[in-house]
Design a binder for this molecule. Structure first.
Ligand code: CP
Length: 306
């Protein structure tokens, strides 16, 4: 396999690489579950997390993943950096590269910034979410979680529900799942779900159509109010029309379906409280698998600094 410097999108990966990273994540999980075990793979390397947008899961799990692989980790806090004095992305990266950084994990509100950084520097760059464009490490942890639950992704049916239009998760996760042989459908408010003619993905606008399609996994998304000028729905109306209400949860449980959500969850909007305690709610599995998927991603990349 040709060495890869950056991970920017799922689309840029070969299917062979996708399988290799998922298989490596399985090995990483065994090591991760042995408490405190540190692997030597990134010993002597430095990893920097550079988040221009907020994050709980992605940043902390990349940092844990890097430490489990023996790397030194630096958290670059944009809010208390010279970025607030007007320093450009290029100048920030040049400054950090002078400190011999090997891996940069970057999140930015503008699509394409991680690719610009990747072209500009020798460090391996991982896109940790850029605007509404891509979130490839989320896609890996989602695929890994489904494979772990069902033994395979191929042949499974996953319906992604919510604000598809503004979702980097929908784009990256649907891409990896389809590459692995799953069927994907979208459901949500009409203006927030792109037409099938543009995506090749079946598009529903109500729950009856979802249940009729017979999914294995119900994957909820957060409405990205920060990317919409005028919020679409009051929370209660959204929940009634598109959320997992207690009634819908009962139907989901009767059919033994799984529930997934990338987080952060807005309780009472996408999911009722009881959905978080449902036996097939995989949200915590996704979070834990985020560490091992990100260990596998870091292990797969080769910085040009080496
Ligand atoms: N799923 C996800 O990207 O979560 P964070 O925004 O907390 O990183």
């Amino acid at each position: 396999m040709t060495p890869r410097k950056d991970l920017l999108t799922i689309e840029s990966l070969s299917t062979e690489e996708i399988h290799a990273i998922l298989d490596s994540a399985t090995e990483m999980k065994a090591a991760f579950l042995r408490d405190g075990e540190q692997l030597p793979n990134l010993h002597g390397r430095s990893v920097l997390t550079l988040f221009y947008e907020p994050s709980t899961r992605t940043r902390s799990s990349f940092e844990l993943a890097a430490r489990r692989l023996g790397a030194d980790v630096t958290t670059f806090t944009v809010a208390t950096s010279s970025v607030v004095k007007g320093e450009s992305v290029h100048d920030t990266i040049d400054t950090l590269m002078s400190m011999k950084v090997d891996y940069i994990i970057v999140r930015h509100k503008n699509s394409g910034i991680p690719a610009v950084i990747g072209r500009h520097c020798k460090a391996a760059v991982v896109n940790a979410g850029d605007g509404a464009h891509a979130h490839p490490s989320q896609a890996f942890l989602d695929a890994f979680t489904i494979r772990e639950k069902y033994g395979t992704v191929a042949g499974k049916r996953i319906v992604i529900i919510g604000d598809i239009l503004h979702s980097r998760v929908a784009r990256s996760t649907s891409n990896i799942l389809r590459r692995l042989g799953a069927e994907v459908a979208y459901m949500g408010p009409g203006p927030l779900v792109p037409p099938t003619a543009h995506t090749g993905i079946p598009r529903f606008t109500d729950w009856d159509a979802v249940f009729e399609w017979k999914p294995d996994v119900i994957y909820l998304l957060r409405v990205q109010n920060e990317r919409i000028d005028t919020p679409f729905f009051p929370a209660a109306d959204y929940h009634r029309s598109f959320g997992v209400t207690e009634e819908r949860l009962q139907r989901i449980a009767d059919l033994d379906l799984s529930i997934m959500h990338p987080g952060p969850v807005n309780r009472g909007v996408e999911l009722c409280d009881a959905a978080m305690d449902y036996r097939n709610c995989l949200v915590c599995n996704q979070v834990q698998n985020g560490v091992v998927a990100r260990m596998a991603i870091l292990n797969h990349l080769t910085p040009a600094t080496l």
